[in-house]
Design a protein around this ligand. Sequence first.
Ligand code: GLU
Length: 303
Amino acid sequence: MPASIAYRGRFAPSPTGPLHFGSLVAALGSWLLARRADGEWLVRVEDLDPPREVPGAAQAQLQTLAAFGLHGDGPVLWQGTRGAAYLQALERLLDSGDAFVCHCSRTALARSGGIHRRCIAGARRPDPAIRLRVPAGTAIEFVDAIHGRMRQDVSSTVGDFVLRRADGLWAYQLAVVVDDAAQGVTDVARGADLLDSTPRQILLQRRLGLPTPRYAHLPLVLDEAGRKLSKSQAALPLDERAPLPALRVAWRVLGQNPGAVGAAGSPEVFLAAAIAAFEPARIPHAPVAFRAAMHNTTVALGD
Ligand code: GLU
């Protein structure tokens, strides 16, 4: 285990394409929270799903972060190298009876809305998945630094969830929990699209006897029609040659005072001014409209 530290955050992109504006909000937000706390900030490449990966995307993402002045402390952790650690965690869960081998197909589960509550497979498959058992009534509560008290009944909303897929790939939920603990991450700051994954991760931490970090879920950025950014213009790759305009918009999405960074002429100067002026309490919990943030008035799109 790494030496304990008061604050260690991380940014963990999946290399499925270039970093876009939504990723920048997560990167900048997590970086600012870490720097503001005098803590460390790590970068982890979540290369768990080779079929969905774009060749060269991981290196391009790291290069983009560097061009934006966001440098991690210490070496990048590549999840593709971490299979032995995930296997060890999985075996522990199988040994304790918390995980089980599951032969159910997606088609069979369609009848229960894709939620697995008990095995209903008639036939055994050569390539079963492994799931975490989530007994009825399993609810997880946590306090998010931005969203406040959250509660999810994991059994009724998610059911028994996959730890290792039928195709042999590791599930994000298991890998992220193992790596957050292995890297000594104390604070997870990431996009609010992952808010409903957090209860599953806390449940896994408890089953594995791992500590639970603090969580802060940063605002999602939506287009004018209220759609996820990835479907719109603003999901265009970040332009490494012009980091400042995107950094300024990301700063506004985070609810911060635009005047505080107005004069910056380089990412380094921008980031130094941003750390000094950053007010975490101003981070909005509602999604933010990209167009509004571009035009200097961050408008929350309802609650
Ligand atoms: N890899 C995930 C993503 O790119 C983020 C996972 C996390 O921060 O926990 O959306």
